[in-house]
Write a protein that binds this ligand. Structure first.
Ligand code: 5GP
Length: 347
């Protein structure tokens, strides 16, 4: 047994220290970024906030809504080929820039991925997603995908440590997804005791990825626009959101009414709810458990988008970052024992 004694930090353990700034208003801040990838040719430009590839957030409807803000959606892996065909017939070329096709690593997943890409070769992004990105089988799957698709942008995850980020990038991933256990409907830490506080994971993984010319996605754990700003401040190139995009018109899942109030179901991709829905297919996808919750119905996602982007823009003005790209180098985190004043909590 070994123990690392330095404390690893989550979003709730820090705040961003304000700095002198010449920016007059948050409207002066640009959140658009352009990335050059480690393997795939061609750049990508957009606002690097993503909807998670859960069947409640990674929906075609979400992709339509988010792409109009130049934001990205990792489409969940449970759509049929026919559903893909209907969706893709109805979109213009721009939208291809803002969606990824997701896959697990079973042989059925591999066959489905190949069928989708062969049928719809304009798809540019592949998201290879497993609960535990530390297995040799996973690294092999990333290599195989890179060999088969030299031109696609490959996202692979999830991991939380620098050496595994390097291994996945060298195996052929362009972007590594970071996060084990921080998710709003994830019970991995409870069930296994395994995990890594998200902000420290971002800092370590971003350093490893940027050293090789790769990127990372911070996946999970953001509860507010401030957390999204902290994730970018810590070095995340992209931030992926599940819970924050749940409960909207564009989110999948049933609308339920309880005592006259409307809710939407939101659940982990390895929760019982998901298992029941995709019986047989999910056990392999997410090894650890997830939970099911009811979130208040929140209408169109556009309002939430405004809220998130407004918050991140404002964070940029507090530290004098004209562009999102500058946020990390202008960020100094302070460790704190308090966050919000809860005097009127619940009012
Ligand atoms: P959130 O933004 O809701 O905090 O986190 C979203 C992320 O949680 C997803 O992108 C995914 O990585 C993770 N996740 C989704 N479902 C499950 C699950 O059932 N179990 C675990 N361990 N993680 C999940």
């Amino acid at each position: 047994m070994r123990i690392e004694l330095d404390i690893k930090l989550g979003f709730k353990n820090v705040m961003i220290r304000p700095k002198r700034s010449t920016l007059k208003s948050r409207s002066n801040v640009s959140l658009e970024r352009t990335f050059k990838f480690m393997h795939a040719p061609k750049n990508w430009s957009g606002i690097p906030v993503m909807a998670a590839n859960m069947d409640t957030t990674g929906t075609f409807e979400m992709a339509r809504a988010l792409s109009s803000h130049k934001m990205f959606t990792a489409i969940h892996k449970h759509y049929t080929i026919e559903e893909w065909a209907t969706f893709l017939e109805s979109i213009n070329d721009d939208l291809y820039e803002y969606i990824a096709v997701s896959t697990g690593t079973s042989s059925t997943d591999w066959d489905k991925l190949n069928t989708i890409i062969n049928k719809f070769p304009k798809l540019r992004f592949i998201c290879i997603d497993v609960a535990n990105g530390y297995s040799e089988h996973f690294v092999h799957f990333v290599k195989q995908t890179r060999e088969q698709y030299p031109d696609k942008v490959i996202i692979a995850g999830n991991v939380v440590t620098g050496e595994m980020v390097e291994e996945l990038l060298l195996a052929g991933a362009d972007i590594v997804k970071v996060g084990i256990g921080p998710g709003s409907v994830c019970t991995t830490r409870l069930k296994t005791g395994v995990g890594f506080p998200q902000l420290s994971a971002i800092i370590e993984c971003a350093d490893a990825a940027h050293g090789l010319g790769g990127q990372i996605i911070s996946d999970g754990g953001c509860k507010s626009p401030g957390d999204v700003a902290k994730a970018f401040g810590g070095g995340a190139d992209f931030v992926m959101l599940g819970g924050m995009f749940s409960g909207h018109n564009e989110s999948g899942g049933e609308l339920i009414e309880v005592d006259g109030e409307q809710f939407k179901k939101f659940y982990g991709m390895s929760s019982e709810t998901a298992m029941e829905k995709y019986a047989g297919g999910v056990a392999e996808y997410r090894a650890s458990e997830g939970k099911t919750v009811q979130v208040p119905y929140r209408g169109p996602v556009a309002d939430t988008v405004q809220d998130i982007l407004g918050g991140v823009r404002s964070a940029c003005t507090y530290v004098g970052a004209k562009k999102l790209k500058e946020l990390t180098k202008r960020t100094t985190f302070i460790r704190v024992q308090e966050q919000l004043n809860e005097m009127f909590e619940g009012d």
